[in-house]
Design a protein around this ligand. Sequence first.
Ligand code: SF4
Ligand code: SF4
Length: 265
Amino acid sequence: MEASFLIDTTKCIGCRGCQTACKQWNQNQADKTKISPKFTNPVKLNAKTYTNIDFFESEKDGSLSWNFARNGCFHCKKPSCVSACPVAALIKTKEGPVIYRAERCIGCRYCMLACPFNIPKFEWENISPRIQKCTFCHERILDNKIPACAKTCPSGTIHFGDSIENNLKEARRRLSENPGRYFNHIYGEKEAGGTSVLLLSALPLDQIGFQKVGDAALPDLTWKYISGIPAIIGVVLAAGIGSWIITRRNKNMHEEDKSNDAGTR
Ligand code: SF4
Ligand code: SF4
């Protein structure tokens, strides 16, 4: 089994039921927010909000049209957050969800730098901060329940399946049977090497907030870049210790010379 979402944004009615169910299941506090001009609320994901509905206003056949996009972790097949973490605090489970183990985290935040979708968030206001992001409701999946957001969605926008391949087949079927309804692209099929969350949309995906991230799986690239940072720190540290030892040795020799000089007078 590999858990997968097929999110058909053309079905979304913007009710935010998924957003609320996610908060409730994860017992995440409400955010203090202001209504944004485009009605997205809260405006961005944060450590207490793992998923939100983004509102996009457009014009279709001369009249106002709304499009809604659901944001959250894509649970990449080869997650760069996992490969960037030096202490394996993030792992890709065999069931598909990418989950976080707070007890291992050292707070380096490499995962935040590595994620191409800007998903992991840090608890900046907490005195012992953790990383937070969607868990794909891993514990519910282990208990044979579907994720809280998918269970709550009243319009069938979030389809949960136990195989990425089956969700891909379903996405292709919808595209071929109803080409006028969709922009012809399955977001997540190839992005970042492929993800467990697949998206369909009426508009080009970049018009509803989904960045172009390229098809390459990023772990190798990010790890090459990030693994250089500790090496640089190591070199600086080693240079510092080396210079401290040399200075100390010179000082001792100088003091010895002085006491020898004093003894011969
Ligand atoms: S979307 Fe980001 S946080 Fe989620 S699995 Fe992929 S790299 Fe990790
Ligand atoms: S899968 Fe669970 S944690 Fe992830 S957005 Fe849905 S309800 Fe929230």
